[in-house]
Design a protein around this ligand. Structure first.
Ligand code: OGA
Ligand code: NI
Length: 363
């Protein structure tokens, strides 16, 4: 979440998509229209009936480690991480009220008048506040999305001026939600360590005071979803990402699997988890971050609340010794500070998995 020098960046005019559809519901400005090969056609769900991202039941992972249910679910988790980089978790133990409360204030936030939201602007080159992130030039195409992003933990990454006073319970609900999601991430990293035959605390011990940020993405309906993109294809720079789709959300998230964009069908009370670039490096590519994007819908809006969980900026990242073997599985990534990767990630536009070139050892 490190800010860039603002003065050097010219981003041109960025239309607020919610305002656009209020004033001209059928118009899609040129800056949102993608090249033909970049457009986000919505794939029919039927063609993907056999192509679901895995579902992991966390209640089974609370059982004793010798229990068959536990062992089966760990196997499922390891396959999900290895083959998909994405899975949904059910029975995650976070109370429905907590999930509903954050969704409510997020929705209310985006529904406020633009003048109110503009009190918390995302300045060019920064990634916190309200607006569009990852825009670095005047001719860069824009996503059909409004974002509101905040650093949450540790307190040093917070920008208190950007925490909104309205809706009234926004900060309180976000605090409560973030605590729960943090616990979930710690839990998931334990299971992921077990699935890799590592010591349970392996990630936790390495991560130090983990960095946690949240981004709320609001995708208004678009009269021409075939021409625009909700969120450009990218992988996440985090270790893990937790994505909550609003209740009764339409399909919007797609992941790239075997060169096909596969939709992630929302499941009631489930959270979508994905492996970020950092876990890809730490596992020497055994568990990979997967490219994903969001498409829009002609009639319906969509809201997602996304938490990025990552090591402390000071932490040195490199493939873990246990997962490297000079003979059979040589080291594929160099070592670096997580803060440097984070800075690299936010100072470049979203472009598939390109950010990871930063860490790859090319031979
Ligand atoms: C993200 C992301 C997808 C979505 O915020 O990194 O991938 O469906 N969001 O909002
Ligand atoms: Ni993402």
């Amino acid at each position: 979440m490190a800010p860039l020098p603002i003065s050097s960046i010219r981003v041109g005019k960025i239309d607020d998509v919610q305002e656009l559809i209020k004033s001209k519901p059928n118009k899609v400005p040129e800056r949102f229209i993608r090249e033909a090969n970049e457009r986000g056609v919505l794939v029919s769900h039927k063609t993907h009936l056999h192509h679901h991202i895995p579902v992991v039941d966390l209640s089974k992972l609370s059982k004793p480690h010798t229990d068959d249910d536990f062992l089966f679910e760990i196997l499922k988790l390891s396959q999900a991480c290895e083959d998909w980089g994405f899975f949904q978790v059910i029975n995650h133990g976070i109370e429905v009220g907590v999930v509903e409360d954050i969704e409510k204030v997020a929705k209310e936030f985006f529904e406020m008048p633009l003048e109110e939201k503009k009190k918390y602007p995302m300045e060019p080159g920064t990634v916190q506040g309200y607006g569009q992130a990852f825009i670095f030039s005047e001719d860069q195409k824009l996503d059909w999305c409004n974002m509101f992003a905040l650093g949450v933990h540790p307190p040093s990454i917070r920008n208190p001026k950007l925490w909104p006073s309205k809706p009234a319970r926004f900060s309180e609900n976000l605090e409560g939600y973030s605590k729960e999601i943090r616990k979930l991430c710690k839990r998931l990293l334990k299971y992921i360590a077990i699935s890799l035959d590592l010591k349970e605390e392996r990630f936790e011990e390495m991560f130090g005071e983990a960095v946690q940020a949240v981004r709320m993405n609001y995708y208004p309906p678009c009269s021409r979803p075939d021409l625009v993109m909700g969120l450009s294809p990218h992988s996440d720079g985090s270790a893990l990402t937790v994505l909550q789709q609003s209740k009764n959300s339409c399909v919007g998230l797609q992941i790239l699997k075997d060169n096909t964009w596969v939709p992630v069908l929302p499941l009631p009370n489930a959270l979508v988890i994905n492996i970020g670039d950092t876990v890809e490096v730490l596992t020497n590519g055994k568990y990979k971050s997967v490219e994903h994007r969001a498409v829009t819908n002609r009639e319906r809006e969509r809201l997602t609340i996304v938490t990025f969980y990552a090591p402390n900026y000071e932490v040195k990242i490199e493939p873990m010794g246990e997962l490297v073997d000079d003979e059979t599985n040589p080291c594929k990534y160099r070592s670096y500070n997580h803060g440097d990767y984070s800075y690299h990630y936010v100072s470049n536009k979203l472009q598939g998995k390109k950010s990871l070139d930063f860490a790859k050892i090319l031979n």
